[in-house]
Ligand binder design. Structure first.
Ligand code: 0RQ
Length: 492
C-alpha cells in the first residue's frame, strides 16, 4: 500500500502530542536526535501553560540529547518524567529540585525494559531519519540509540527527515534486535565490525502520522582535551596498557577498547593514537568521538562499533565526504547491541570510563555529587565496567581547585562496586586493584592515586578506623563530605 504522509511544520507536528504522552526520541547524544520537535514541544507547553492548561510529556531517549533540546524542554516545564540519561544544566537543575522525575538506567537495558512493558506504552516516537520510503522503510542518521525499538513499539511516529545528513550515513547502520525471553538467541558478533542486521528499520507505514523536513546539524559539545591533568591521566593509561602487554595480559594484537565521552577520554584516545608501542586496535564502544575519527584515518584504529557519531560538524562532513573509506570501518548499532554485556565479555573489551568519586576500597560514584545531586547519569559506564576484560576508571585526584578530593573513605553514592572496578588511574598514578584484599586496595589507592593534599588524612583514617575485613569509622566516614557542605572545602 502506497502512503503519502502529511508534511507538517514542527509546530503542527507538536500538536499531535498530548499531555502526559510517553514520547521517545531517536539518537544517542546529540547525534541522530530530533532537532526541530524539542523546541516545538517546548513552545506548545508554554502556550498551553499560558492558557492554564496542563501539558507535560514523559520523555525517553537513547542517551543524552543536545543540551539546547533538553534545556528548552526543561525551561518550558514541558517534561514531568525523564529517562535514561541527560547532561544539560537546566534539566539537571530541575531534576535536583525535584521538579522532574528522573530514572537513571543502564543504557543497554532501556530497549528491553520497554519491550518487556516495564514503562507502559510509548505514545509517540519522534525519529530523525536520513531517508524513508512509502512502504515504511526508515533509514536512521548519525545516532541509532533505541530508535528501532521506539519505531516498533510506538503507537504513532513523527519523522524528522533531516536533509543535512548524507543518505550514505545509512550504510553505517546495522540494525538488529535481540528477541525477548524465553526465545532470545545469542547475538552473533565475534569481532567488532561483524554485521548481523539491516541498514534500515521496517515499520507499519500507517503508524507514521507526520513528516517534518529539517536541515540541521547535530550540534555536539566542544571538547578541551588539552588540559594538563587530562594529558597526565592519558599518559598513565598508556603506561598501564603497555605494562599489561609486556606482562602478556593483553595479547599482541590488542583488545577492543571502549571509551566514554568527555575531555579525559578524548585525551586518552589521542595519546593511544600517538604511542608507537600500542598496536593498531579495534573499538567496541558506545560513541565514536572526535579523536577516534582521526585515528581511523591514520590507521591506528582499524574499525569502530558504536551507537553514534558524536563528533564535530567538520568531522561528520569529513566522514560523509569519504564514505567509501569510513563505511568499511564503522558500524553503528542499536545501543542494546553496542552496549550488550554478552558481546562485551566475549570480545574482551577494555573499558575506559571517568568517575566523579572513588572510595579507598574501589567503589565508584559516576552520578551523584556529595551523594545527593545528579550530574548526568550512569549512562553506558555500568554496561561496560561490569563486563569488561579490564575495567579502568579515571579521574583527576582533586576537583574545584583542591576543595574536593575525588578519593574519599566511603563513596557518597555507589554506581560501580569494588567487585567490578579493576584499576583506578588519576594524574598522580595507577592503582591496580586486581587480586588485592580491601586493606591492600586502600593502601594502593591512597599511595598511588590520591592527591598529596589528602594523602595523610586518608592514611590516618585507614589506620585509625576500627576494622574487620574493611576498616571503617562510621562516625566520621563522611567527615570530608560534611566539611565540604559546611565550609565549601573537604579539608574544612
Ligand atoms: O565541574 O566543570 O564545574 O569544574 O564535575 O568533571 O573532570 O570535567 O569530567 O566532564 O568527564 O565528567 C563522571 C560526570 C565526569 C562523566 C562524569 C566536577 C568537576 C567538573 C565534570 P566543573 P570533569 P567529565 C559513556 C560513559 C557517567 C556516564 C558515563 C559522566 C564536573 O564522565 O557523566 O560514564 N559519567 N558514560 O569539577 C563534585 C566530585 C567531583 C566533581 C568532578 N567528586 N565532587 N564535583 N567534579 N569530581 C558515555 C555515555 O554514556 C553517553
Amino acid at each position: 500500500m502506497k502512503q503519502s504522509w502529511p508534511r507538517l511544520s514542527a509546530d503542527e507536528a507538536a500538536e499531535i502530542i498530548q499531555h502526559d504522552d510517553m514520547v521517545a526520541f531517536s539518537g544517542f547524544t546529540a547525534a541522530g536526535s530530533p532537532k526541530a520537535l524539542p523546541a516545538a514541544i517546548a513552545r506548545r507547553a508554554r502556550e498551553l501553560h499560558q492558557m492554564q492548561q496542563p501539558f507535560q510529556i514523559r520523555l525517553l531517549t537513547g542517551a543524552s540529547i543536545s543540551t539546547a533540546a533538553d534545556d528548552a524542554l526543561s525551561e518550558a516545564d514541558a517534561v514531568s518524567w525523564r529517562a535514561p540519561y541527560q547532561s544539560a544544566a537546566g534539566m539537571r537543575q530541575k531534576i535536583n529540585q525535584g521538579q522532574i522525575k528522573f530514572v537513571d538506567l543502564h543504557l543497554s537495558e532501556v530497549a528491553q525494559m520497554v519491550n518487556y512493558g516495564f514503562f507502559g506504552d510509548i505514545d509517540i516516537a519522534v525519529i530523525e531519519a536520513s531517508a524513508l520510503t512509502s512502504d515504511g522503510k526508515i533509514w536512521l542518521s548519525s545516532g541509532i540509540g533505541n530508535a528501532p525499538t521506539w519505531l516498533r513499539k510506538a503507537k504513532k511516529i513523527i519523522i524528522e527527515l533531516n536533509h543535512y545528513h548524507s543518505p550514505r550515513v545509512a550504510e553505517l547502520a546495522d540494525i538488529a534486535t535481540p528477541g525477548a525471553p524465553p526465545y532470545r538467541h545469542s547475538v552473533a558478533i565475534f569481532s567488532a565490525l561483524d554485521r548481523i542486521g539491516l541498514h534500515y528499520v521496517q515499520v507499519e507505514p500507517q503508524k507514521i502520522v507526520a513528516v517534518v523536513d529539517t536541515e540541521l546539524p547535530d550540534a555536539g559539545n566542544v571538547l578541551d582535551g588539552a588540559k594538563p591533568v587530562c594529558q597526565q591521566i592519558a599518559d598513565n593509561v598508556v603506561t598501564f596498557l603497555l605494562q599489561e602487554m609486556a606482562q602478556g595480559r593483553i595479547p599482541r594484537e590488542f583488545l577492543p577498547l571502549q571509551s566514554g565521552v568527555g575531555n579525559i577520554n578524548n585525551a586518552v584516545m589521542a595519546r593511544l593514537g600517538e604511542s608507537p608501542d600500542i598496536p593498531a586496535f579495534m573499538m567496541y564502544s558506545e560513541v565514536l568521538q572526535e579523536s577516534v575519527a582521526h585515528l581511523l584515518e591514520t590507521g591506528k584504529i582499524l574499525g569502530v562499533s558504536a551507537s553514534s557519531l558524536t563528533v564535530s560538524d567538520k568531522t561528520l562532513r569529513n566522514i560523509y565526504d569519504n564514505m567509501d573509506f569510513f563505511a568499511e570501518r564503522i558500524v553503528l548499532r542499536p545501543q542494546e547491541i553496542s552496549n550488550n554485556p554478552e558481546i562485551i565479555r566475549r570480545l574482551g573489551v577494555i573499558a575506559l570510563n571517568v568517575g566523579l568519586e572513588f572510595d579507598i576500597y574501589g567503589h565508584a560514584n559516576s552520578t551523584h555529587v556529595a551523594g545527593a545531586n545528579l550530574m548526568n547519569g550512569i549512562g553506558g559506564s555500568g554496561d561496560f565496567e561490569r563486563n569488561a576484560y579490564l575495567s579502568i576508571f579515571m579521574a583527576p585526584s582533586i576537583a574545584k581547585e583542591g576543595k574536593i578530593s575525588t578519593i574519599v573513605p566511603m563513596c557518597s553514592h555507589v554506581d560501580h562496586s569494588e567487585h567490578s572496578v579493576k584499576v583506578i588511574i588519576t594524574e598522580q598514578g595507577i592503582a591496580d586493584l586486581r587480586g588485592l584484599s580491601p586493606i591492600e586496595r586502600a593502601r594502593t589507592i591512597i599511595d598511588n592515586c590520591v592527591h598529596p593534599l589528602y594523602r595523610d588524612y586518608l592514611h590516618r583514617y585507614l589506620e585509625t578506623a576500627p576494622g574487620g575485613h574493611l576498616h571503617h569509622d562510621l562516625s566520621r566516614v563522611f567527615e570530608l563530605h560534611t566539611n565540604l557542605l559546611n565550609t565549601g572545602s573537604m579539608l574544612g
